[in-house]
Ligand binder design. Sequence first.
Ligand code: AGP
Length: 594
Amino acid sequence: MCGIVGYIGPKKPGEVLINGLKRLDYRGYDSAGVAVSSENEIYLQKKKGRIGDLSEKDIPIGKSGIGHTRWATHGRPSDHNAHPFIDCRGEIAIVHNGIIDNFSSIKEELINNGHEFTSETDSEVIVHLLEENYDGDFLEAFKKTVTRINGSYAILAIHKDSNELLVSRNQSPMVIGVGDQENLVASDAPALLEHTKNVKYLQDGDIARITEDNIEIWNENDELIERETKKIEWDAEDAEKGGYEHFMLKEIFEQPKAIHESILGRLTDFNELDLSQYNLDAVQFIACGTSAHAGFVGKYIFEKIAKIPCTLEFSSEYRHSSPSDSYPLTILLSQSGETLDTIAAAREANRRGNDTLAITNVLDSSITREVDDVMYTQAGPEIGVAATKTFTTQVVMLYLLAVEMGIERNVLSKDQADKYRDELRRLPRKVETILNDKEKIKELTESLSKADDIFFVGRNINYPVALEGALKLKEIAYIHAAGYPAGELKHGPFALLTENTPVIAIAVKDQTFEKMLGNIGEIAARDSPVIVVGDQDKELEKLADENYFIPEVPPLFSPLLVNVVLQLISYYTAYRLDRDIDKPRNLAKSVTVE
Ligand code: AGP
């Protein structure tokens, strides 16, 4: 989604803003711009296209500036619709993330008052409202403006005559970087890390006034308050490619470490969680996209280990479903913690009287304020739009949680629990073995890159992995792919199978293995090329056109290994097709609109 950076201090604002925006470009964008307050004027430069299209040398020296990368919602990508926006007198500039729900009525009112609009965006109303409300006190005008708008927003504004950045947020992240004789603000921490690791996270309804040596914050009741300064544990290099061609490949290779750290990190999380307070008779997973697939794997894990019946719902559907009489524990999964549909689902689950627990990767993200409890995955920053290591760490957290819940419910002995944990501890090594085979996996993708349609099939706990494999391939290789339970192909999709429709079949030696062999035989009989990913087996070798066998692992733990193979398959297929792997077209890293 859109990215915001603001700077006030002695450095060249153009340089700080452009570098900051580059650190946020993984969020996905279609246009970029900056505004700088310089010598009592507002300098503005904005363009459709890449951040690199902005001319840094033309940006004047000034005390403060704001920058933005836009991902179109209201109005197509264009120079006019790019942020920042300035008012009719050229005195105020703003950038905005989110959506202003009541923008049409405000716009009509402002047009009647003589304001001229230059864009099709909802955001532009903010700068005209500020102009309308300004009578010498920029902060007062800003506070007045914020009370007029409804919707989700992170707003950053500057005035040519006042040496300050004004910020507000509601359902859209904003973090202040606390520096030494300089301060910054951004929609996401990577934009700040080059300058400071000390941050203050704004909360919904907050308004902040930032100068180079002071930060004042008012809460939603207009009370001057303190927000704690926290230290970010990772540094700018963690958000760099570190010699890998793409962030996605780097993040795939970071998985052994991420699994290891998630297992270590669990101790603090579980010390703080009191499972006895939850209704553990039923669990409901709610999430979007890859996080939903992690939740779907979690359903199988919880049913097997903790013997808890589970359901999975997409966040965007949950709010419109009918409440049931039961009050399941609701587990919301979100890498970013900013996905608006998932945040709205958390609110709905609370309204229904459920206990709510969020699993997220981002410290203090919006979802953490909506739920009863939070568990953090220890994946580190994930920059590639395609979620990889965060899926893996979400699933690791679910194994660990299921074990704790199994103990709490007296369905799991201490011995069994230790065996499960030992199995988890062995996973990083096994993932490394797969990563070392990357060239072999790359070879599998030669034929895939020529296909227009690809099926992924799995059974039982690997059915959600088939869904995730298909999502990843669509997302980064732009090849149509569908995930199916293997037994379902014959109920319709068989009509599509030809020698040009490869099928990736996940086959592990669980209770479905014999049936899976049958399914693969049926697919092969329709002439579709079959690539098997799963457990070593002679029969599979005979049936499959190509195969990749994962290191030995109990079937319950196979999803993480199989998924790493599928991640590499998607990556190398997209690579062969020369796709924009880290920033696939039309997609954004965190989806902060409903
Ligand atoms: C994954 O590759 C996707 N980019 C997307 O499906 C993502 O998982 C989804 O938007 C949910 O995001 P979240 O985990 O940050 O809530």
